[in-house]
Design a binder for this molecule. Sequence first.
Ligand code: AMP
Length: 596
Amino acid sequence: MSTFLELGLKDPINKALTDLGYENPTVIQEKAIPQILSSTEDLKAFAQTGTGKTAAFSLPIIEQVDEDDKQTQAIILSPTRELAVQIGNNIESFSKYLPSLKTVTVYGGANIEQQIKQLKRGAQIVVGTPGRTVDLIRRRALKLQNVKWLVLDEADEMLNMGFKEELDKVLAATPKEKQTLLFSATFPKEVEAIARNYMTNPVEVTSGQKNQGSDNVSHEYYIVNEKTRYPALKRVADVNPDIYAIIFCRTRRETQEIADLLMKDGYSADALHGDLSQLQRDSVMEKFRKKNIQMLVATDVAARGLDVDNLTHVINHKLPDQIENYNHRSGRTGRAGNKGVSIVFVTKKEKRRLFSIERILKKKFKETLIPSGKEICEKQLFYLINKVENTEVNQNEIEKFLPSIYEKLDGLSREELIQKFVSIEFNSFLSYYEKAPDLNNLSLRENSRGRSVNENMSRFFINLGRKDRLNPAKLIGIINEQGIGSNVEIGAIDILDTFSFFEIDKDFEEQTLTSFEDNKSDFNGRTINVEITKTDRGSSGRSRRGGNRSRNGGGRRRGGKPDKFSSNKDFGRRKDDFSSKKFREGFGRKRKKKMM
Ligand code: AMP
């Protein structure tokens, strides 16, 4: 293994690297740095986040930049603001002993005048997101005619995000004679096209096998159906009390829904996606970095800017649309020498997509059963015992109570005391889990049996339940009051503790939603909230009620919330389930009641 000095970097850079604790170059640095230093050939690098790619392209640029020339000599494009800021900060740390070297980072959503001022003062290196970079070129605030290095970082993601046009514009503003460095974790045909069109005979370097997964990550899959996907996620969280994970979702909406459900169920979680303001995103990331949040539910793009080395798990709530992105996701764990687990929840139908991933990773997925209630109890119990063992006793505070406590428990032996203490918590878990279904069976049953669904009915969630003194007759009354339409058939009704479900003739789906939304009625002081769910008749114990309504309906189409409240009684409930406050407090999980 070589040192940074041997790779040809000057003293001030080496000193800065030592300050940062970088002792030896990573694989990609070892390959890319001498290549960029010794040649002006273009370079195509296969490298994921976490491999040290930022230093791989920045260090040789810093080494070669002419500090006495204030013109922009290097432009680095990155897909997100977070990543751009991270790169900019890294470059500033690497060049802290080179006082004349200036770096400016430009990105959207921030004051452009301020950025223009900074550019006017002169910056040899500019890091930018594609949109803002084009904007600044157009305003003639950013001049790229003297650029010697163009870096396209996470090129696949930039294209995924639809920045093709912006990339073309930036490339057009740079001189023909320059060194283009393209870094990407995946090389779909769009990235290859960029390489073909804008690079001349590029040299290829990889941070290992192309697209191959890290050896420190094991890959597991759980078979679920739409009904068990979320409960399975909760069980994975419950069986790993120290979980520190990113849960990847495909859309912003799915991301927010899963985060909301987790938070409602008492988990330490929050959402990160592009619909949040920059301030909100920064705040969520900060909380996650500080481990004030254990589970971050995120879209692929939003999670890019997050630099966390010690994740225990990466969870694919759903597989990414582009298989190549799986590698990106799973590479967020198993970093910096740590071990990590990448988990995928797949339906039987989705399972075949794993084969393509296995081919890319050159690794096998291991099928894992969704943990049973008993396993979770055991795990949580020993977690509690460990906590007891490691708890420091505050003698000063507790001393005054001890004599009367000792007196009260005087007749009990050590064993009896331990048994009683453990049983306080354990009895309630056991009694809860006695009724917790085997989610593996549920997944299988639905798949083999098909769906016994009444295709003519739409199923709705309503935020009222037994605790609100709701019963089927009252629910029919509420529905009737909405003025939904004539001859509307009401189908199955399920009244649960804190919420309920009811079915309505599919033709009146929109009208039902619109009526409830427009009327904003309340029931015993609670504002009624009705949402559409997937029609699923899997759960038992429901009562059937029929009814007819009058008047015709119509109205706009509206999307549903398919996964949110499917009918499985294992999830979606509040205080009275195993993910409830009581459960969690018992086992001392780090909880967050309400985030943002
Ligand atoms: P990157 O792939 O550039 O996002 O880097 C991933 C993480 O590895 C960051 O936290 C870097 O600070 C760190 N890192 C990069 N290169 C080295 C190195 N040679 N030695 C130690 N840490 C490094």
